[in-house]
Design a protein. Structure first.
Lengths: 75, 380
């Protein structure tokens, strides 16, 4: 279970990734954040940002109708 | 006993909601069965989207500001005071001025504002146009600008997600008009891996950037500014030098809900995405920028939420049940230059699509800027 869950289903603007970045900024190092997304691009785009920003992609879980992407803040 | 509706925040959402309820319940208010009170810590309303045009001298500040009292319909009582604490158990709001206001239904429309201090060095080294002072200072700087590298960046979260794009396009055309475009490098640094969160907008913007010679820097989340070296650094570790830095600073919500124990510790209010109910309280609601919903922080969202909530409050205040649900609707004009614009509209289940910019949409946007006041009074 992630420390924080962001329900960004149905969010086109600002969109799931912006919601995730905002939450990562506010989280403590070591915490995990799960973002729920109906945007099929999220599971492609979010890992790219996670790598660029130096965090850890804990996992991508496919649910019925949406994806759950879990990230750990590393720095 | 009259039923009491208390609305906190006299911005777009608070004014529209108060006016819509007062119009629909004019008879009940006249009979003393319902009271609508609007509590705001500012007695002037600022039309924030107009600030975009101030740096380019396209709008005068006085055209963007009106007294709150001039924007109210009969039946709304305005109190110019600051809400300090909400007590959901006793259904009271206490104010800085020493008032103790009771409510049957409470609406939080407390908005969001820039938090420049979140970014070290920004106050000394950067510009922004999201406040009156910031927009006027940028206008002065642009008037003296004769070329160099302009970096446009954003800190999350921020209201009006298309504003950095609009500013970039306006700057491009403004420097062309002044004959300094060839001496000006424009760098658009954006938090995501593309130019906008909406893929169709991002694709269209990237093509425009290519045509106009604007450089796109991706995955750039504003972290700090070095005003001496004139450098801006992202949390991803990229540093860009600049001659002029224009940013959308990160925003935060009002502290009222947090200090009253209604949030999880930050300043955004946990709000149901359909009913707009706050947390477990069936008589407290939130609209507009103040919510923690994953929707755009934009006037149109506050407008559509106010419509839904006003309809539900009219039912509740007259003994009925709420039946309207917010569906995530948003509408945004996008200025693509000094004489062209486009727009997008979307909701929770319908993604936006961009249509080619036209002069007509620009004129419509300019017309809207002038009739917004009627919209606030629930005339449109």
């Amino acid at each position: 279970m992630a420390d924080k869950v962001i329900d960004a289903r149905g969010s086109f603007c600002p969109g799931p990734m912006m919601e995730l970045i905002r939450a990562v900024k506010e989280a403590k190092v070591g915490e995990t954040i799960a973002v729920l997304s109906t945007d099929s691009g999220s599971k492609r785009d979010i890992p790219l940002w996670v790598q660029k920003a130096g965090h850890e992609l804990v996992g991508v879980i496919e649910h019925k109708g949406y994806d759950e992407i879990v990230v750990r803040k590393l720095r | 006993m009259a039923k009491e509706l208390l609305v906190v925040g006299a911005g777009t959402g608070g004014l529209m909601l108060s006016n819509q309820v007062a119009r629909q319940l004019a008879r009940e208010i006249a009979r003393g069965e319902v009271r609508v009170t609007l509590l705001g810590d500012r007695d002037e309303y600022l039309y924030q989207p107009g600030l975009l045009y101030i740096p380019f001298g396209r709008v005068q500040l006085q055209d963007l500001i009106r007294p709150v009292r001039d924007l109210l319909v009969p039946g709304v009582t305005f109190l110019h005071d600051r809400a300090e604490r909400i007590d959901p158990e006793t259904r009271t709001v206490t104010t800085r001025g020493g008032r103790r206001l009771t409510y049957d239904y409470l609406v939080l429309a407390t908005g969001s504002h820039v938090d420049v201090a979140q970014v070290p060095g920004l106050a000394e080294g950067g510009h922004w146009f999201y406040t009156v002072d910031g927009a006027l200072r940028l206008r002065e700087t642009l008037a003296r600008f004769s070329g160099g590298r302009v970096v446009i960046a954003a800190g999350l979260p921020y209201k009006c997600p298309v504003a950095p794009l609009e500013f970039t396009f306006l700057l491009d055309e403004w420097t062309r008009e002044r004959g300094i475009r060839d001496k000006t490098e424009i760098v658009y640094a954006f938090p995501l891996g593309r130019a906008h969160s909406i893929e169709s907008v991002a694709d269209w913007a990237a093509a425009e950037f290519e045509k106009r010679g604007i450089r796109l820097e991706t995955f750039f989340n504003l972290e700090s500014v070095d005003p001496v070296k004139q450098e801006v650094t992202s949390l991803e570790g990229t540093t860009l030098g600049y001659d002029l830095l224009v940013v959308i600073p990160p925003h935060r919500g009002d502290t009222l809900a947090r200090d009253s124990g209604l949030t999880g510790g930050d300043t955004w209010i946990p709000t149901d995405r359909h009913t707009l109910q706050v947390g477990r309280y069936d008589n407290i609601f939130a609209i507009g920028d103040a919510t923690g919903l994953p929707v755009s922080k934009a006037g149109s969202v506050a407008h559509f939420q106010a419509e839904v909530l006003a309809a539900n409050l009219v039912s509740l205040l007259t003994g009925g049940s709420p039946s309207h649900r917010y569906n995530g609707k948003a509408f945004c004009f996008i200025e693509t230059g000094l004489d062209r614009a486009t727009y997008i509209t979307f909701d929770y289940t319908h993604p936006p699509q961009v249509t080619p910019p036209t002069r007509w949409v620009h004129l419509l946007k300019q017309a809207y800027n002038r009739i917004h006041w009627l919209n606030l009074k629930a005339v449109l």
